[in-house]
Design a protein around this ligand. Structure first.
Ligand SMILES: Nc1ncnc2c1ncn2[C@@H]1O[C@H](COP(=O)(O)OP(=O)(O)OP(=O)(O)O)[C@@H](O)[C@H]1O
Ligand SMILES: [Mg+2]
Length: 282
């Protein structure tokens, strides 16, 4: 049976005059891959930072695995793995030493730590690079090391803040595979991304945040259904688009239009643009 693994209530975070989070209510269920989307500055990283105990909320509350992230920060943190938005491996340490340090910080018994390190190096495909300084890894391999590190202490929730940003398509797919396999191993995943196709490919539910508030929350299929499954799009001109609940309705409308238009199936990106108001709508 599902139960909430992440729960925020009226979560607010103010930086000076900026309300980075403005009364965010969010529930992520156990066993989900939850996608967190939003324009730049929407509050995604701030949400992750509050949930992973790196920063305190101004007001409201948040719990992970049933532990309040402020009052029970140590317990909350022990059950989570974190892959931050920016690469933060220690380049001077070897791949192995980066993992060992993490295991020590989490007070893992040495036998368990060493077993898990070997397992995870295999899991992310870095076993051959075990003794190389982390600075010698490519961007994609550093991300894989960050994922291995985040999973080392067997967390039940994994936070990934834009884990594939700047990576080529093939490397991105390898990371997707790691995310899927972690999920299959029972880890609940909160995935922040700017790549809509990533959310479509991986996520059971998607939350869209804008100006520190949740503006949509549903499965990709339901978000599409509620927005309109077909789009009539202007070719050239302003590139305006209109949403319809069926191809027939879209075709009827397109036939009435004077401009050159095309009809296509809507995707999650259309939903995002519609909800965040980034493109002209009728
Ligand atoms: N440490 C900070 N000090 C001041 N303002 C901050 C700080 N961190 C975030 N902000 C502001 O809070 C808002 C939300 O930022 P946040 O980094 O959470 O957005 P984001 O959705 O992760 O954006 P991006 O897609 O660019 O990563 C922005 O207006 C940002 O400038
Ligand atoms: Mg961010």
């Amino acid at each position: 049976m599902n139960s909430a693994v992440i729960e925020t209530r009226d979560l607010t975070k103010v930086y000076g005059k900026t309300k980075a989070l403005n009364g965010l209510d969010l529930v992520v269920e156990r066993g989900e891959i939850f996608g967190f989307l939003g324009p730049n500055g929407a509050g995604k990283t701030t949400t992750c930072r509050v949930l992973t105990t790196l920063t305190k909320p101004t007001s409201g509350s948040a719990a992970v695995s049933g532990f309040d992230v402020v009052k029970q920060a140590v317990q909350a943190k022990s059950g989570m793995g974190v892959v931050a938005q920016h690469t933060n491996v220690d380049g001077e340490l070897s791949v192995y030493a980066n993992l060992k340090l993490h295991g020590m910080l989490h007070k893992m018994p040495p036998w368990l730590r060493e077993t898990r390190i070997s397992e995870l190096l295999e899991f992310v495909g870095l076993a051959q690079r075990r003794n190389d300084p982390a600075r010698q890894l490519s961007g994609g391999l550093k991300r894989r090391l960050m994922i291995a590190r985040a999973l080392l202490h067997n967390p039940s929730v994994l936070f990934l803040d834009e884990p594939t940003v700047g990576l080529d398509a093939q490397t991105r797919r390898r990371i997707w595979d790691l995310i899927r396999r972690s999920h299959q191993a029972g880890v609940t995943i909160m995935l922040t991304t700017h790549y809509i196709e990533e959310a479509e490919a991986l996520c059971h539910r998607v939350g869209i945040i804008d100006s520190g508030k949740l503006i949509a929350l549903d499965s990709p299929a339901n978000l599409l259904a509620s927005s309109g499954t077909h789009v009539v799009e202007e070719v050239g001109g302003q590139g305006r688009s209109w949403f319809f609940e069926s191809r027939e309705k879209a075709s009827r409308r397109a036939a009435e239009m004077e401009d050159t238009v095309m009809i296509r199936r809507a995707n999650l990106e259309d939903v995002f643009i519609r909800l965040t108001g980034r493109k002209v709508r009728p």
